[in-house]
Design a protein around this ligand. Structure first.
Ligand code: BDR
Ligand code: CA
Length: 325
């Protein structure tokens, strides 16, 4: 089996954790590095969340963990702690400094993709600050990346942090626009609205079935997703949302992608009212496309993939404080 070399660039909390777990357990994925970027929760908390996730999969110290940009390019960092809490349901782990690479995430992204030009794909499921900085630092990066899978924006639909904007694009809209204008050969976007809300949101009943599984991965999954599920229900979203992990699934299992169209995607960076809005223009407007926007995915198919992942038995590398007790 040919495994796909990937880097997961993320703001580790809730579904970012699920994405890392999927990458580490799916036989089709070869995770070359986990890179972190300012986003969901405090940067240092994200590092702990990433170490816990690696540990649950039994891979802490084995898969390189690189810390990236601690703040967006121009704007102040905005957190999603109201949505995710600490992003790991109150679990904790003693930080293992030796399991953090000395190399900055931006340098790791540039180096790993340059070592095998055109072979390594990136799953970017946080604000795009690291990716944009890599572009600015070394223009060859753009050509070296095989495919770039982004979770961000809405397809001319609702936002989730403002009426107009989805969180990842809102937190660093300038980075998002640099990435969209850079000329990557193969970009795929999973949106919040409609894709996530329709195809990657699982009802409380479906969630309860998933979280009855008793493996360490399943127990961890429940803890990291519980807070977000509670928040979702309080704002009228009926279930647990999995925008990041379905983005990785779109790469690993393209048969789950039922419909995808080419668009010219640009990000609003001038208006405070609509900052971070993703304008997605289709062929009618005579613009040159820069991304495949995924229109529809097989939600039940992805649910089965999550179920299989949660059934995998692992031995955590180090104890997760609060799990099982
Ligand atoms: C995105 O924002 C974050 O809170 C999630 O991890 C996801 O990447 C959804 O808007
Ligand atoms: Ca994320």
């Amino acid at each position: 089996m040919n495994r796909m070399p990937i880097i997961i660039d993320n703001d580790t909390a809730q579904d970012d954790c699920v994405t890392i777990l999927l990458g580490l357990t799916d036989p089709l994925a070869d995770v070359r590095a986990i890179t972190t970027v300012a986003g969901n929760v405090s940067f240092d908390r994200q590092v702990i969340n990433a170490q816990m996730t690696l540990s649950v999969a039994g891979r802490l110290g084995e898969v390189p963990l690189h810390l990236g940009c601690r703040q967006p390019m121009l704007r102040e960092w905005v957190s999603a702690e109201d949505v995710h809490g600490d992003g790991s349901g109150g679990l904790d782990i003693e930080l293992d400094e030796s399991a953090i690479s000395d190399e900055h995430a931006v340098d790791a992204l540039i180096r790993i993709t340059a070592e095998q030009p055109g072979e390594v794909s990136i799953i970017a499921i946080g604000p795009l600050t690291n990716i944009a900085t890599a572009i600015v630092k070394d223009r060859r990066f753009v050509k070296n990346v095989k495919s770039l899978y982004i979770m961000g924006g809405s397809n001319n639909g609702r936002g989730n942090i403002t009426a107009a904007a989805e969180f990842n694009f809102y937190v660093d809209p300038h980075a998002a626009q640099i990435v969209m204008a850079a000329g990557f050969a193969d970009v795929h976007i999973v949106t919040w609205d409609p894709l996530t809300l329709r195809d990657a949101t699982y009802s409380r009943e479906q969630y309860d079935r998933l979280t009855r599984i008793q493996t360490p991965i399943a127990q961890f999954f429940k803890r990291v997703c519980d807070a977000t599920l509670g928040f979702n229900e309080s704002v009228g979203i009926d279930g647990s949302t999995h925008p990041d992990s379905i983005t990785l699934a779109a790469l690993l299992h393209p048969e789950l992608v039922l419909d995808s169209s080419q668009y010219r995607v640009d990000i609003e960076i001038q208006s405070e009212l609509t900052m971070g809005y993703s304008a997605m223009a289709w062929e009618k407007f005579g613009v040159k496309p820069n991304a495949h926007v995924i229109e529809e995915m097989d939600g039940p198919g992805f649910y089965s993939i999550l179920e299989q992942m949660l059934e995998i038995e692992t031995t955590p590398t180090r104890p997760i404080l609060g799990l099982n007790g």
